[in-house]
Design a protein around this ligand. Sequence first.
Ligand code: SF4
Length: 467
Amino acid sequence: MTHDSFINDVHPLVRSFIPGEEIEVEYSADKPESVFFISVGKDGETLVSFEIKDKTKEDRLLMKNELKCTLYRELSRRLNISLPWGTLSGIRPSRLAMNHLSEGFSPEETREWMGSYYLVSSGKAALATDIAVREQRIIERVNSPGSYSLYIGIPFCPTTCLYCSFPSNAIALWKDRVGEYLKCLEKELLSVREAFDGRPPVTIYVGGGTPVTLNEDELKTLFHLLNSAFDLKDLKELTVEAGRPDAITPGKLKVLKEYGTDRISVNPQTMNDLTLKKIGRLHSVSDTVRAFNEARDAGFDNINMDIILGLPDEDTEDVKHTLSEISEMGPEDLTIHCLALKKGSALKERMDEQGYSCYKDMDLMMDAAYAGAEKMGLSPYYLYRQKNMSGNFENTGWSKAGREGLYNILMMEEVQSIAAIGAGTVSKYVGAGSDSIKRMGAPKDLKSYFEKIDDIVIKKKEMLAGK
Ligand code: SF4
């Protein structure tokens, strides 16, 4: 075990304390092997430096934890900052809680363990543990050995939002090749069927992009392909992330309903028109309300809405306003994201140009959003964190009891394989044992996806079949 082997553990933690800046981390190669020396600096100034005795040299996990806790305490003291998720930099804190519960510990013991072992705040330890308890019950009910879920990526949108990091292409530029895209999906579906010996998926999630940029006939073709590939009579959930309100029409909603969609998303991101303009979403708040009402009229009784905290110039009052408007509509499910602003993204450049501020009072905005969700009768049921996330916070899914998005839980907790088809999607094979996860991505670029489709289906089939 060399000291350098901890670099990937140390850097994300340092970046959580000092986001978006160049940092220097130095390790001492000339110290005795039993001593771990680390120094963190910025702009030539040393922020912290310390050394710890490598007493637990043979146990990498214990050594890693000791190192991260020491580093956390030193940086926290020096910078006067506490991170809500403590030393955790991974994206699935609820998974840790679930593993601990599975070892026979009570929820109370699990909360305490997260606080003492990872220095997680009491509020976040409770959030992760409560979610893990709720997820465990659902996973026991829905998951079984060998079952899998299907993700279908539709990488088209009306226009591209400035903060977008998903596979997205303006539909106007690609409308003549949607038929070709659907043919590729057909090849992929047939190959997934073979990989799983004809067994159908337990849940299906159609995401993107904005799936309803497809017209009614194209949506029908997609559903025909699905139904030809699989017997879907026992399907537990079909979600379509309808997404951008400006692409949703009564005719498309009718098609989704006719083909058995039981959960859809209508995504406002914010209920403030000025912010929508700043983030380049070419729809208005009234479009969101119209689309939501049309979804209700079409018979949807499980509607998800997505919002983002930390958007340009938004503060706690804006978030409260968004929650109050959403509460009027009363969706069954709400996903609360924190903006993950990537260096070099169009939004970051626009923000720097225009002098917009973001991430102001994130903790207060999160408190306001969570309080608003609770007031709507929703409770958290899944959780994940991502890189570049401001303030070391998290994204959470909230729902009414019994309306949880099953796919979200199965995918996030990595309890079964995910066959993901389409450009820019990532398939995952989950075998027995937690170290048996394999991933395979498909090109995000549409031209490459079209060119390589035959190769993609062969390789993906092997991977999903566990070969
Ligand atoms: S709707 Fe979603 S996928 Fe499409 S451009 Fe906007 S953020 Fe990206």
